[in-house]
Design a protein around this ligand. Structure first.
Ligand code: PLP
Length: 459
């Protein structure tokens, strides 16, 4: 069978293979292709602010910036740029929803989230319920749905039991960054639909917010097919440099809600008076202050390049253009990425699963998870394991991965595990090297000393 991705052609777009790095910490951040770094530089001659100048440079930068919203909207299946707000990252995007909805929560309401969440999709709701709303004299509860500690699957019956007619919002991860589990989003949507909560828009159902930080980078996602109300993700986990995250929101919700940040450019031109302020049209109502302009342009181009790398890495067709991307192209490209990631993950699960004394967290079926594997070795400190892997040139991450509740739920003391995570530029051979290094650490053998730092220094 042909590989879904021409991985050697993909790798030629990146610097890390030439440095001898085995980049297997992709759930934290992915590596940037050379084209995106060059794109930053190529934007320098026309460097200007957006929506704030009559120069040709400003007009051109504004066009590029606005086009990036269209690319992002098409990539996730939004109806248009009206549904897109840009923030620094997923965390800020989720906080934006929290601050926007803050005033809408009524006394006695609740928000339901899960113990599988990254802290970014728990702590804002904790803070809203425990710290912010009580100071405003309002009592709102948060409720936590559990997962099955053996299978790593969200407990849908427990989730159903927590959702009721006072549940304004259900928040869940699209895929866990520790267990790897993909959430059955249609089932969660159905439960949120059935709550009967009366929203200010007149809708009778709970809103659904999906933290898609681990979902969008490796899957075909269609926000309208999933019927999510809000969805957040970060570009630094899908090839782009750091600094830009997306909040998708249904346009009618973004139009009705209070903005998260107030100030320049989010107001309608000339419509500020001592006694009244009118906000800008969407999506600029949610773009207060000078945005990360170059970051937005490069991030949207990262989506185009990701599709190119998946579909035809030697002949990029979408990168560097503003061509509208068909949904079928996004689907084809992202299906290749997810198939490749699943093959790598299955290989890692098989290899790691054969190691004595290893505990692997989350579902065993690679089709039920995203492209990461977290584990512990009996009697070994996970940070020590990750350090030993690094000495063997294998990049991993140890700690709680900000999924602290899930580590506690599994009774892990300290709340930590070691995690390997893969992306479309990783090879089966790299997975095998990572597995061999973990096996060596588990057996008490040196995993290798020729770490990337030494190799880079030796160049
Ligand atoms: C599931 C999940 N949610 C949220 C985040 C936070 O992303 P960011 O740090 O870009 O805000 C991460 C990052 O690891 C994540 O994996």
């Amino acid at each position: 069978m042909r590989d879904p991705v021409d991985v050697q052609a993909v790798r030629r777009h990146f610097a890390f293979p030439t440095l001898g790095r085995i980049a297997t910490n992709n759930a934290a951040s992915t590596q940037p292709p050379r084209e995106l770094v060059a794109l930053y530089q190529s934007l320098a001659p026309g460097y200007e602010n957006v929506h704030r100048g009559q120069s040709s440079a400003s007009q051109e930068m504004t066009a590029l910036f606005e086009e990036s919203y269209d690319t992002i909207a098409r990539f996730v299946g939004a109806s248009g740029r009206d549904g897109i707000a840009l923030y620094r990252n997923t965390t800020e995007a989720i906080n934006a929803v929290m601050y926007s909805l803050l005033t809408e929560f009524r006394e006695g309401d609740n928000v339901v989230t899960t113990t599988m969440e990254h802290n970014s999709n728990y702590v804002p709701w904790y803070a809203m319920c425990r710290e912010i709303l009580p100071r405003l004299g309002r009592r709102v509860d948060y409720r936590l749905a559990r997962f099955d500690p053996h299978t790593g699957e969200l407990d849908l019956d427990h989730l159903a039991s927590l959702i009721d007619a006072r549940t304004k919002l259900v928040c869940c991860t699209g895929a866990s960054n520790f267990l790897g589990t993909r959430t059955p989003l249609r089932a969660v949507r159905a439960l949120a639909d059935a709550s009967g909560y009366l929203q200010p828009t007149g809708e009778r159902r709970s809103y659904l917010l999906v933290d898609a930080a681990q979902l969008v980078p490796g899957s075909f996602v269609d926000v309208r097919a999933l019927d999510v109300d809000y969805l957040a993700f970060s570009f630094h986990k899908m090839l782009a440099p750091f600094g830009v995250g997306v909040l998708y929101g249904k346009p009618h919700l973004l139009a009705a809600a209070l903005p998260f940040l107030y100030g320049g450019d989010m107001i309608a031109e000339g419509r500020v008076f001592p006694d009244r302020v009118d906000y800008n049209r969407l999506p600029w109502k949610y773009a207060a202050g000078t945005p990360n302009i170059l970051g937005a342009v490069v991030s949207a181009q990262a989506l185009r390049l990701l599709l190119d790398l998946a579909l035809s890495p030697d002949r990029p067709a979408y990168f560097g253009t503003a061509e509208p991307i068909e949904r079928s192209t996004v689907r084809a490209g992202m299906n290749r990425v997810s198939t490749w990631n699943r093959q790598l993950t299955g290989r890692a699960l098989d290899g790691l699963g054969a190691i004595d004394g290893i505990t692997i967290y989350g579902p065993r079926d690679p089709a039920r998870r995203t492209s990461l594997v977290a584990f512990n070795l009996a009697g070994r400190d996970p940070v020590g394991v990750a350090e030993a892997l690094n000495r063997a040139g294998i990049e991993s991450r140890a700690g709680c991965h900000c999924a602290t509740l899930a580590h506690h739920a599994l009774g892990l003391t300290p709340p930590a595990s070691c995690r390997l995570s893969f992306y479309l530029y990783n090879t089966p051979d790299e997975v095998d090297q990572a597995v061999a290094a973990v096996a060596a650490v588990a057996a008490g053998r040196p995993a290798g000393l020729d770490g990337p730092r030494e190799r880079v220094a030796a160049r």
